[in-house]
Design a protein around this ligand. Sequence first.
Ligand SMILES: Nc1nc2c(ncn2[C@@H]2O[C@H](COP(=O)(O)OP(=O)(O)OP(=O)(O)O)[C@@H](O)[C@H]2O)c(=O)[nH]1
Ligand SMILES: [Mg+2]
Length: 947
Amino acid sequence: MNLHLDSYHWRTTATEREFEGCVREYPAAVCFNGHLTPSGGILLGPNVVEAIRESSLDEKKLLALSLLNCAVARGESELLFIIFINEALVPATRLSSRASLEYLQLQNCGINNRDAEVIAGLMRGNCSLKYLGLYNNVIEDPGVFHLAEALAGNDKLLTLNLCRNLVSDDGAEALAKALKENITLQLLDLSMNLVTDQGCNALIKAVSINTFIIYINIFSNAIKKKQEAKLISALGRNEAAALARLEREKTAYVDVFQNRLKGSWKRSKLMIVGQGKSGKTSTVRSLLGKQFEPDWLSTLGAEITQTRVQNQTFAPDTTRVWNEVENDTSLNMASELAIGIALSKLEENKEDTTQKYKSNKEYPGWFGPLSRKLMKSLKMSRNSIFAQASEITEEANVAEAEEENLEDEEQMKTEFDSSNPEDMVNIPMRNDDKIKAFGYKQHLFSRRNVENVQSSFVSFSIWDYGGQTVFYSLHHLFLTKFGVYLLVFSSKELLQFIHLSPKERAFIEKTQWNDTPEEYIKFWLNSCDMHAPGAPIVIVGTFSDEVDSQTDLEKLNKTIEKLVEGRFSQIVSNRDLLFFPIDNRSQNGINDLRMIIDSAAAAQDYVNYQVSIWWMKCLDETYEYAKGQSWIKLKYVIEIAERNYITNAAEIGEMLSLFNELGTIVYLNNTEALRDVITLNAQWLLTCLGKLVHDAKIHALDSSEIKKTGLEQDVSMAYERGLVSRDLLEYLWRDKQEHVDFLLDLMKHTILLSEWKAKMDSPDLVKDKLYLIPSLLQEGQTPEKVVGFMCMFDFSERYLPIGIFERLVCLLVSLVGQEHKKKVGVENKGGVLYKNWCKVYLHSLDTSVFLEKKRDYLLMAVDRAKTCPTIFQMLSSMLKRINEEVMGSGLKWKVCFEDVWGASKMLDYEDAKKCKLKPWFLTFNEKAQAQKNKGQEQMLDSFLDTF
Ligand SMILES: Nc1nc2c(ncn2[C@@H]2O[C@H](COP(=O)(O)OP(=O)(O)OP(=O)(O)O)[C@@H](O)[C@H]2O)c(=O)[nH]1
Ligand SMILES: [Mg+2]
């Protein structure tokens, strides 16, 4: 990408206030020249610094900062850099996308070794800096050591200008060492320093290894002419080699598009699941090499982070660093994949690439019909692929493309008048003629690209789920097969539970059976197994710092073995253990965990699926078309796909499913309505859902804000009775009307919410538009005695997931609502709803249905014998529907009935059917009789049809 500035400003003399005003007015590029001030420099005061800091935040995106001759107050200067480092590299999720600074010129600003250390921080990790100008400062070797160390791991910086500092041989040697690892830097200016032949020799050696550096300026050092000439000749070879390599790379890159090549995307989801407060977020932080956070900041919904695994080649110790990277919407994924494919092709044909390049140049059919079509489609998208593809293809300089380039250049000229001596900021870097000839834009094959191709490791999108049970009914919408599952438990909590006396244990199991560490492990094992069958599960025991002895470790392992019961062959074992003990505080065990995750993912077939370059392009264009919108209608994606030669509906479906599986988009395709929309921003969806469906005790809403909006009653109604008003939704989602409708629709279709039409037990509710979200209901004391004919839906063969009972409640409430529509004016006998049980009254059948959620079964009781067959059929149909639409058909249940006239024991379905157990099964005559009573069945049929 070329440096493009929206605006820029420079001043020779100005007051602090004026400077501040300038920064605020032109936040993309800040340039100060203090050359002509009487004091010989500008003092940047706190207001200017604050203004610059702000311009580095989110949308403003500071691109360039140029300070010349700024006699900056030391404190402020440090503050400024520290702020930059924090903003640019702060490891908190997604803040990294803030890194926008591409051009940093600090000329004659008194930069010393300590400053250099701080600036080196800017070059580490996910930094955006391409130009670092430190001309005419006081940096000595110790300062250079920091810069060199950062340079070794950097894959963005193209120019480093250290002209006129105090660098001697040690500094030059450190830079030479860094150049053996760095493959991105193209220009290093060391002129007017204190380097001798010794330093120059080190640089000559480095240049023979690093063929990417094309220009090192060592003018005016203490170097003999002979040595200088040697370096220049080595660089000359490099330049020729680099240009030839670049040509080969360009050709290979265009080939990928032309020949519609496919490549493996090497991606996976990494799902972090487990009990609340078990250390999931801390584990993610450890994996990403971030500091331990001692406070519990409970995750709301889920947090998604993109990461890329660094290969050992580039991180020579045993630690494979996981770097946080930008999210998909801001990446050019087609280009990334194309580079990967092109590079591997080049690797394959290393021997004859020069040959191929030559013959390609002369290939007569190169821009035949297909190529024109290709170029046309690339142009249409206005995607940067077009820019790159056209740039890297001399032959592709078709008239329109040239026009575009000319326009760009014209624009640049008007913005930057290089003949104007006062335009001192050198934007773009006009002095670097060598680089200019080489072309910044052409640098496609960065260190990261090469690394990705060479590495057998996988990029992950990490989904860190909030552990509170209230979220569980929506989590599984996102639990897909193409992932590695990290099931996190707290060793501390599990040990405490294990060490309970039998009496205490029995008491807890009776009263809070669903809230024990064992139960969470079991729940998640079952959940992963059902929604992502076969996906590797890595069980992680955090708080290993609290496990004092081998005996405790064995106890933990035994407990897990017991929970696993020999099932779940997808669990990745840790030698003799079934889990991986880690300590997030000291990061003990994290390296092993990283490696195990890498290899578990690398062993999955989907990681090597060959993905068409056009699929990626379709994805890029969809993001571009959506312009930051969180979701898009399917029809637009189809249009985009067609433009990219994906015309077959089955292929479009396949493509969208893959993207959904890998977590790039959310595409729920179980119902017609859901198939019609594609959520491009999964994080947005999870955040919105989390804002609404959460544990109010842990994630309380801001009460003073709620008070201001006058929604206090709505909030208490939502989190006490599960009834949410439209007003509250609009407040929580603070979004456009259409987004509220979209989210409501999605929740309705995934059976998380139903419209509240019945008054049920709450005749006092006056709001017009209310929605019931059963996950938000409160737990209720179950009635002492349940009256009615009992039937049991037994899920013990597999398990009863959280969310099934809640969804049944949704459907029952919808049914009551339907009845109301039909029978206006009929008095409601009411019902009652709790998180664990409910009683709903159905008018048309004049029947109350009682439903209770137990550990692994649902209990139903119907108060009228006559309606039992119908109600049973209705509940069964509802369960089937939930199973198919939301549970991936993974639910398994058996039915048994209470034999009231027998010895009050339960009879299973087959036996009950055989003996026509009353009142559930009808004899032939009874059936005939029931047929006459069409009304009821029609009502039921039409109800089920509406879903
Ligand atoms: N001593 C110690 N503390 C830990 C460890 N892992 C996590 N913690 C602490 O445990 C608490 C909870 O950690 P989190 O990572 O926020 O837990 P979580 O599972 O993400 O919690 P939810 O997002 O609410 O589900 C925090 O205070 C952490 O500092 C560990 O290995 N050792
Ligand atoms: Mg968390």
